[in-house]
Design a protein around this ligand. Structure first.
Ligand SMILES: Cc1cc2nc3c(=O)[nH]c(=O)nc-3n(C[C@H](O)[C@H](O)[C@H](O)COP(=O)(O)O)c2cc1C
Length: 392
């Protein structure tokens, strides 16, 4: 049996599986259920100081299925952050930490561009015993209208300033959660790390329109006949999340040079933030999905929609499957294979050059030409020498 435990920014977790911010961490009752089912940590639903500004609608989800009535592969939501008063959350944070003192509870927080509000949110949450923060710079709908969430996360300068305010007061680790709705995800992540954040989390949902109902001709999900672009999650987003995690990890921890061999292909890219951590999110439903994110550099792996589809017991299955992968490959700990596959990324020109080199070697071998000194044979020595002469 492999050891699945991880210590991330000093936080000890029994396994790397973290409940991602959203409905699965939306009150003390379900957070307790997550700990009972042995999730490694829980990130609570995002909170702000004034919940009275948050008004949700129903329906607010829409699903994409692989085949009619079959497997759910995509999930869109137009849900906002928590609509429960912060005073209620303070009480629940305390109760959860009283009941589960050794388990990791992370508060997901979000505010407007106001230093005092962010400072108050951090100080009051820490007073309730939360173990760390995730800053939600990534909610794609509703809140950007108030310049919150993704609107902040898309502007590295604003993000740097807000992270600076938070890090000036927080005594616990701070992760910044990135929006995928941006061309270069590395830019805001670097700003957050420069401002002292201990970790990066990625990705939040991808801005989407789920579809148009061909009977009513209205977009989905339809609320009183109208809709709004929402956030896409679940299996379908995993390849995009893997790409963004790969880019973030390469910047933070280093990776393949990405360049053609003829330029500097043997020189790996140096990591800029080896002492920080990365929490991967997006479409994880199996231990094998998680293993792929870890191979691309993730310290922890978050699951949100997967819990909405499969329930809290998914943690047990995820651990079993990750364990089986590690046993099969002979990895005793998560750190033994974290980031292993980053070295195998190159540019397209790098791939073309590698393929040309392999083809040239194959052609030479086929023609019986000696391409390596170990290939010389005593009985065929003269014949082999002849084949290497250019002016036959
Ligand atoms: C219904 C729903 C509500 C969500 N609410 C939040 C939220 O309050 N704060 C946040 O940071 N992310 C929120 N998310 C985003 C998830 O935490 C996660 O980043 C995203 O869904 C991708 O992961 P997944 O495919 O495992 O769901 C929400 C996602 C869903 C599906």
């Amino acid at each position: 049996m492999a050891d699945l435990s991880v210590t991330v920014n000093g936080l000890k977790m029994p396994n790397p599986f973290v409940i991602g911010s959203g409905p699965p961490g939306t009150n003390a009752n379900v957070i307790g259920k997550a700990f009972d089912e042995n999730w490694g940590a829980v990130i609570a639903k995002t909170v702000s100081l004034d919940a009275s500004k948050v008004t949700n609608v129903a329906p607010r989800y829409a699903r994409m299925r692989a085949l009619e009535g079959r497997e759910v592969i995509g999930w869109q939501n137009i849900e906002l952050i928590s609509d429960r008063p912060f005073e209620v959350w303070e009480d629940e944070f305390k109760k959860i930490k009283d009941k589960y003192p050794d388990r990791i509870l992370i508060a997901s927080i979000m505010e407007e561009f106001n230093k005092d509000a962010w400072t108050e949110l951090v100080e009051r949450s820490e007073a309730c015993g939360v173990d760390a923060f995730e800053l939600n710079f990534s909610c794609p709908h509703g809140l950007p209208e108030r310049k919150m969430g993704a609107a902040m996360g898309q502007d590295p300068d604003i993000l740097r300033e807000v992270c600076g305010w938070v890090n000036a007061v927080a005594t616990t680790p701070v992760w910044a959660k990135m929006t995928p709705n941006i061309t270069h995800i590395v830019d805001p992540a670097r700003a957050a790390l420069e401002a002292g954040c201990e970790g990066i989390a990625a990705i939040n949902t991808i801005l989407s329109v789920m579809g148009v109902n061909l009977d009513t001709l209205r977009p989905e999900p339809t609320v009183e006949g109208y809709s709004v672009p929402g956030g896409y999650s679940c299996k379908a987003v995993r390849p995009i999340a893997l790409r963004m995690v790969m880019e973030l990890a390469t910047m933070m921890f280093g990776g393949g040079s990405g360049a053609p061999i003829s330029e500097n292909g043997s020189l790996p890219i140096k990591g800029e933030y080896l002492d920080r951590t990365l929490s991967a999110i997006g479409g994880v439903e199996t231990g094998e999905d998680a293993a792929q994110f870890i191979l691309l550099g993730a310290h922890t792996v978050q699951v949100c929609t997967g819990v909405m589809v499969h329930g809290y017991k998914l943690a047990g299955t995820l651990c079993e499957q990750l364990n089986a992968f590690m046993d099969k490959k002979g990895f005793a700990t998560i750190e033994e294979f974290r980031g292993h596959s980053l070295q195998y990324f190159a540019t397209h020109a790098g791939l073309v050059e590698r393929q040309r080199a392999v083809k040239a070697a194959e052609k030479a071998a086929k023609a019986g030409m000696v391409t390596k000194d170990t290939a010389w044979e005593g009985d065929k020595f003269v014949e082999q020498s002849d084949k290497l002469v250019s002016n036959q």
